[in-house]
Design a protein around this ligand. Sequence first.
Ligand SMILES: *[C@@H]1O[C@H](CO)[C@@H](O)[C@H](O)[C@H]1NC(C)=O
Ligand SMILES: *[C@@H]1O[C@H](CO)[C@@H](O)[C@H](O)[C@H]1NC(C)=O
Ligand SMILES: *[C@@H]1O[C@H](CO)[C@@H](O)[C@H](O)[C@H]1NC(C)=O
Length: 144
Amino acid sequence: MEKVFTSFLLTSLLLHYVMANLAMTKTNITTDQLALLSLKSQIISDPSHFLDENWSPAVSVCHWVGVTCGSRHQRVNSLNLSNMALMGKIRRDIGNFTFLVSLDLGSNNFHGNFPQEMAHLGRLKFLDLSSNSFRGEIPSWFGF
Ligand SMILES: *[C@@H]1O[C@H](CO)[C@@H](O)[C@H](O)[C@H]1NC(C)=O
Ligand SMILES: *[C@@H]1O[C@H](CO)[C@@H](O)[C@H](O)[C@H]1NC(C)=O
Ligand SMILES: *[C@@H]1O[C@H](CO)[C@@H](O)[C@H](O)[C@H]1NC(C)=O
C-alpha cells in the first residue's frame, strides 16, 4: 500500500514538473513584453509620460515603471499603473501574463469592457480596477 502511494506521489510530482515546464517553454519574458507593448499601444493619453518614455525595448521589461518580475521565474508578476492618469482600453492580451499575481490599474481613465481573457490569469490574487470608467460589472466568469 505504501509503495503504491509512493509511486502515485512520484508520478504526480513528475506530472506537475512536466506541466510546469511545458507552461514555461511555451511562454517567456518576450510574451510579457509583447503583452505590455500591446497594453501601451492602447493608451491614448499618458500626460506624465510614464510609459511613453520609460517602456522602451532597450531596457529589460523588469525595469519598466510599474512592472515587477518574480525572482524565481524572472517573469512579470506584478503590474502597478495606479494613479497615472492613463486613458485607454484594456485589450485581450492582458490575459497573456502567465505569471501575473497582482494587477493594479486603479485611479486612471481606463474605459470599455473587461476582456474575457482576464480569466486566463490563473495566478492573479490581487486586482484593483477602482476609479476608472469601465463599463458594466466584473463578469461572473471571473473566478473570485
Ligand atoms: C521566447 O520564445 C521565443 C519562441 O517561443 C523565442 O523566439 C525567443 O527568443 C524567446 N525569448 C527569450 C528572451 O528567451
Ligand atoms: C497573446 O496570446 C495570444 C494567444 O496565444 C496570441 O495570439 C497573441 O498574439 C498574444 N498577444 C501578444 C500581444 O503577444
Ligand atoms: C501601487 O502603487 C501605489 C503608489 O506607489 C501604491 O500606493 C499601491 O499600494 C500599489 N499597489 C499595489 C497592489 O502594490
